[in-house]
Ligand binder design. Structure first.
Ligand code: FAD
Length: 412
């Protein structure tokens, strides 16, 4: 396995439990390092979120936002053939037909993964702050509420059976007494949950070790090649030969597939989070501010404010306007002072595919290499089912979910 993020550790755990000899390589000194895509993500497990990023309304809205560096979705204009290719593929994926085809795939993965999250949490969920207490999404404008209703209706028309409770502002304020903005309405999704991503990944890595996997830190995979009947991985800790290799290196995965002749259209999509003190009346339920597209997740005595999607390539600089926007949105909604003390500011790269679906598949023509990547904004939610599917593939079993929509061939 290459990559010690949520996807890599879940692949390691499931494969080790299935009886495989597993070595997990992580480039940094520990799994879930601060530079990864998950270290301080929003911690949401959101099976209710089955509409892929590429959807009909997104294109129009995105064009308006694209050049505004404080908007929720920003693209830094630059001459990049990879970005141009990604944008063209994204535009093609934004059709009504493509969205209606992708949504059931996401929903199936979500439902299966939520069950596996529950199973893992039954073992030791307190260790990673697991809570299955739903998610409240609130909307100040009727336009934002309508857009959210459309997602719910899309799910209903496809028979997803997502449980949702619509409520007015007064009802929402009874759940969240600190809500101070006027609301057009709110939607409560009881299926959703949340956890601390860093503690989750590190705990699952420990479970994988207990199941027999070896976790090697400071081991960066540099290149892959076929050698006899094995895959040879050159690393900063020497050479490894393996029967099969799983690439779960998040947004970095294309650097490794390039050496196999596969150009994966995955862009690093920077997102930010800011941890502040949790107000005493903030309940144990995440709050999504639909207009600003900001998530507020309670994590013990901290409150994590997170969001934004920035396509700036590998420019991981912090843009102060975007951080300010996050904090202002939280201030408007629940009165947290926008210039109050910050416990932690973080940014990380999401592995963004153009159609919003992950890649869980063997590399075409290099069948000993398995891809487990491209989970966009859902890698924490979908990590357990990805681990299960990869273990099935690697073990020569029929995958329990049809993997054809998740193939790397879909962009050829
Ligand atoms: C602000 C923000 C909020 C988010 N909120 C949520 C949320 O609420 N819920 C959710 O489900 N998802 C969320 N996400 C998305 C989620 O974090 C990603 O989808 C997830 O991190 C992808 O997991 P991964 O294991 O594929 O990649 P990563 O988490 O990025 O892990 C990849 C690992 O591979 C290692 N690596 C890279 N290259 C090499 C190499 N050559 N050799 C060895 N190791 C290597 C890296 O160091 C890293 O540790 C959020 C993301 C961001 C940025």
């Amino acid at each position: 396995m290459v990559g010690g993020g949520p996807v890599g550790v879940c692949c390691a755990l499931e494969s080790a439990q299935a009886g495989a000899r597993v070595t997990l390589l992580e480039r940094e000194p520990e799994v879930c390092p601060p530079v990864s895509g998950a270290y301080a993500n929003c911690g949401l497990l959101a099976p209710s979120d089955a509409t892929p990023l590429a959807a009909p309304g997104v294109l129009g809205q995105g064009l308006k936002w694209m050049l505004d560096s404080s908007s929720p979705f920003f693209i830094a204009p630059r001459p990049s053939p990879a970005l141009m290719r990604w944008l063209l593929l994204f535009r093609a994926a934004c059709s009504r037909e493509r969205t209606r085809a992708a949504a059931p795939v996401l929903r199936t993965l979500h439902v299966a993964s939520a069950r596996l999250h529950d199973d893992l949490a039954a073992v030791d969920g307190a260790r990673w702050g697991f809570h299955h207490t739903g998610e409240l999404r609130v909307f100040e404008t009727t336009a934002a509420l309508e857009a959210a209703r459309e997602d719910v209706e899309l799910g209903a028309s496809l028979g997803f059976g997502i449980r949702v409770e619509e409520m007015d502002g007064e009802h929402a304020r009874r759940l969240f007494p600190s809500l101070r903005c006027d609301l057009a309405g709110a939607l409560f999704f009881p299926e959703d949950g949340h956890l601390d991503p860093r503690r989750f990944v590190r705990s699952v890595a420990r479970l994988a070790t207990e199941a027999g996997a070896e976790v090697r830190a400071r081991a960066e995979a540099l290149s892959l090649g076929l050698h006899g009947g094995a895959v040879r991985v050159q690393t900063t800790q020497g050479t490894f030969d393996a029967d099969q290799v799983v690439l779960a290196a998040g947004a970095w995965t294309p650097f490794l597939t390039n050496s196999l002749g596969l150009r994966l259209p995955i862009e690093p999509a920077k997102g930010y989070s800011v941890d502040v003190d949790r107000p005493t009346d903030f309940p144990e339920t995440p709050l999504y501010l639909g207009d600003a597209q900001v998530v507020l997740t309670p994590l013990d005595d901290a409150l994590r404010l997170g969001s934004t999607l920035e396509l700036s390539g590998w420019d991981m600089r912090v843009r102060p306007r975007r951080v300010a926007r996050l904090r202002e949105a939280a201030g408007r909604a629940i009165g947290i002072p926008a210039d109050g003390p910050v416990r932690q500011l973080w940014r990380g790269p999401r592995p963004l595919t153009p159609d919003g679906l992950p890649v869980i598949a063997r590399v075409p023509g290099r069948e000993r290499v398995i891809l487990a990547t491209g989970h966009c904004m859902l890698g924490l939610s979908l990590a357990p089912i990805t681990g299960r599917l990869v273990a099935e593939l690697a073990g020569g079993k029929q995958p329990s979910i049809d993997l054809s929509p998740l193939s790397a061939r879909r962009w050829r």
